[in-house]
Write a protein that binds this ligand. Structure first.
Ligand SMILES: NC(=O)CCC(=O)C(=O)O
Length: 260
């Protein structure tokens, strides 16, 4: 399975510019003929929270049309990172997944909002996870801060996922956590983790990229630097079953011991 991660800067509160850029990057990534293209978190508006309701997508548009058409045109699955997306009165940090025919295969709303950054005042948290099949491989997705809550990735793994996608906007100041958490989620769930960060700066935060893919043994297969780029990597899906057989963590779980 060939994966292409799109690591870009995101312009604060400027969805038009961000969409143009993302279309260009997806067209470029498609030239490498990946099976799946993955985008970062909140790539349409970034965290322009105060006017999010006005500038966000409306019920998934225009993301559904623009990204769906690209998925269909290039016949590539796209895990479309996440976008600010209004549904009625509520704004979600929502991830859409498109299949090779351009259909929305799944969506996921970020479940953990950073209260310290007042995300919960402007966004509504999701309440569930979904797994989805891309070319017959069961996959799941969580978003950025969600990675700090191991229960969520474990839930996705218990639903059968072998690949976990994590679009993010993770700052330089905590980049050690990013790398350690991505590796930890991969090892403990014996799954591939595909983690896509942004670059650039916003207010006082710098975003260093460092997008990475970690295999189910915890080995880093690829790690980017802090430049705009498309990161290509190929993953061997058989490795998940080999590792789950070698160290059968899932069948050795002792659920009684986890009760509070
Ligand atoms: N956008 C995010 O969720 C950032 C998460 C983060 O910076 C952290 O958990 O630390």
């Amino acid at each position: 399975m060939k994966i292409a991660m799109i690591q870009v800067n995101i312009e604060f509160g400027n969805p038009e510019t961000n969409r143009k850029k993302m279309v260009e990057m997806i067209e470029k990534a498609a030239q490498g003929q990946p099976d799946i293209i993955v985008l970062p978190e909140m790539w349409n508006t970034s965290f322009s929270l105060k006017n999010l309701h006005e500038i966000a997508d409306k019920s998934g548009e225009p993301t559904k049309t623009i990204i769906g058409n690209l998925a269909k045109k290039y016949h590539i699955n796209i895990v479309a990172g996440s976008v600010a997306d209004v549904h009625g009165d509520l704004v979600h940090n929502r991830l859409y997944v498109f299949d090779r025919d351009g259909n929305v295969k799944s969506h996921y709303d970020k479940a953990h909002l950073i209260q310290q950054a007042r995300e919960h005042e402007f966004l509504t948290a999701g309440k569930s996870t979904e797994v989805f099949r891309l070319d017959e491989v069961i996959c799941g997705a969580i978003i950025c801060y969600d990675i700090r809550f191991p229960e969520l990735a474990r839930t996705v793994a218990l639903k059968g996922a072998k690949v976990l996608f994590i679009p993010a906007q993770w700052p330089e100041t905590r980049i050690e956590h990013w790398k350690a958490l991505v590796i930890a989620r991969a090892i403990e769930n014996q799954m591939y983790v595909v983690a896509v960060n942004r670059i650039g700066s916003e207010f006082k935060a710098d975003f260093p990229g460092k997008s990475l893919v970690v295999d189910p043994w915890g080995k880093i297969l690829v790690e980017s630097d802090d430049q705009e780029q498309i990161v290509h990597v190929e993953i061997d899906m058989d490795l998940v079953d080999r590792i789950r057989t070698k160290i059968p963590c899932f069948s050795d779980r002792n659920i009684e011991a986890y009760e509070l």
